[in-house]
Design a protein around this ligand. Structure first.
Ligand code: 9WN
Length: 435
């Protein structure tokens, strides 16, 4: 069974790999290269085709802007199956944008520090992989510098996101209260996602109006960071984004130390790391909820909901023993009912939970991968092994879907698999789980 699943996953990845040296997340639905997808995808390739793994990372990092920014989508090719495309985003408005590639003017979680380190662990030829890392690592470092120098508004080591698409958890109920503070125009546009996927499993038209409006504001100011920080109606500290940054810092520090002669960079990362960890715990850990929460900087208030991102700091060194125990307890009590697969993307005990709708409840395999490694790191072996076996069972029973219903007996559908099929990171991370 294991070998069969790996073979199928390899087929998914190989079919999604494109001539330009990058992999689409899912045919039709997502026809370009996405930043954090690309990192997870590289891990899958690394187990059977190291040159594709390297190519994937090299290609996304090649789209870096002169200020260190790495965009969330790189439009290598034209495609009319996705909206909004390059003509909407217009990354060239920013004076330091890549001259080589069209892209968006927003980013996604900074996964590449830990991706480089994991590639090194997987690679059989360590010397060859270290040479590759030496060529790429400064780009990842510059990306972290970009975050700390441009997005750390309070100089406390926590960086903001200015769009829900930057979080990776697009239509989470987390953002509902922010949408209440906005009143965007009713844009006229043609959605493409709902021609690939059942509209009831995707964000609503009104949600899209908000998404587009934030981008229009950023575009009016040529994607200038300072202006965005001043004017964007969406400005959030996200525990997932920040703990991924912290975890990637850790990897960069270890890699630079083993490369040698990079003391300044190591010092810079260590200083910021310390601040990030302290602030993550003091500002984003919510004691009563027993979980990390998001903070709405624009409206100066906590967003007191628990979602899968609330547990992501486990993947980093940030949680103290007490915090880690509290996270594991909350996960088990609220998300871990018998009869439910781990880990729903939103609190299943909350009235806003929706088991079928995108980031409002379904299980996502990339989040499960992060949580699996996080739980293991902090010594919660049973919970870690449950999250891994739940992930594998969901894929084996339903296929390589984008997201899955967490209810083991699902009264509403024959399959627990929703969204795009033959989804790249689902395939890639299954391989990484099984190898
Ligand atoms: C917008 C590609 C991406 C993922 C995100 C996921 C979804 C895009 C969309 O697909 O977002 O970036 O159009 O819905 O939410 O995490 O990277 O797989």
């Amino acid at each position: 069974m294991k070998e069969q699943m790996i073979d199928k996953a390899i087929q998914v990845l190989d079919r999604n790999f494109q001539d330009g040296g990058f992999t689409i997340p899912s045919k039709g639905l997502y026809p370009f290269q996405w930043k954090w997808d690309s990192g997870f995808i590289a891990l899958g390739f690394a187990h059977y085709d190291i040159s594709k793994a390297k190519k994937e990372v090299e290609t996304i990092l090649d789209a870096q802007w002169e200020n260190g920014f790495i965009p969330h989508i790189v439009f290598h090719n034209d495609s009319d199956t996705y909206f909004p495309g390059p003509n909407f985003h217009k990354s060239n408005l920013h004076p330091l944008a890549s001259k080589k590639y069209r892209s968006t003017g927003m980013t996604q979680p900074p996964v590449f520090g830990f991706i480089l380190e994991r590639l090194y662990e997987i690679a059989k030829n360590k010397e060859d992989m270290m040479n590759f890392i030496k060529k790429q690592i400064d780009k990842v470092y510059e990306n972290h510098v970009y975050f700390y120098e441009n997005r750390d508004l309070n100089n406390d080591g926590l960086v903001y996101i200015y769009h829900n698409w930057e979080s990776g958890t697009d239509n989470s109920p987390l953002w509902d209260d922010i949408w209440e503070t906005m009143n965007p125009p009713e844009y006229t546009f043609e959605r493409r996602d709902t021609s690939h996927v059942d509209a009831s499993q995707r964000p609503s038209k009104r949600e899209y109006d908000h998404y587009l409006h934030i981008i229009e504001i950023a575009k009016e100011h040529n994607y200038d960071d300072a202006k965005i920080a001043e004017l964007s109606p969406f400005l959030v500290l996200d525990p997932l984004f920040n703990s991924v940054l912290i975890r990637s810092n850790e990897s960069l520090i270890r890699l630079y130390e083993s490369i040698g002669n990079n003391e300044e960079k190591v010092d810079y990362l260590k200083q910021n790391q310390l601040k990030s960890v302290q602030s993550l715990n003091s500002k984003l850990f919510h004691k009563d909820l027993g979980a990390y929460v998001h903070f709405d900087l624009r409206n100066n208030r906590q967003i007191p909901y628990i979602c899968s991102s609330s547990f992501a700091p486990l993947y980093s060194s940030a949680p103290t023993r007490l915090i880690a125990e509290s996270l594991a307890k909350t996960m088990l009590e609220k998300f871990g009912d018998a009869g439910r697969y781990l880990c729903a993307s939103f609190d299943p005990t909350h009235e806003k939970f929706n088991p079928k709708k995108y980031w409002r409840g379904p299980v996502w395999i990339n989040m499960n991968w992060i949580l699996y490694h996080g739980l293991k790191r902090h010594g919660f072996y049973d919970l870690a092994s449950r999250i891994k076996s739940d992930s594998l069972e969901l894929i084996e029973k339903n296929g390589f879907f984008e997201y899955f219903d967490s209810r083991q007996s699902n009264p509403d559908a024959d399959s627990n698999g929703y969204g795009g099929n033959n989804f790249s990171w689902t395939a890639a991370l299954l391989i990484d789980f099984l190898k």
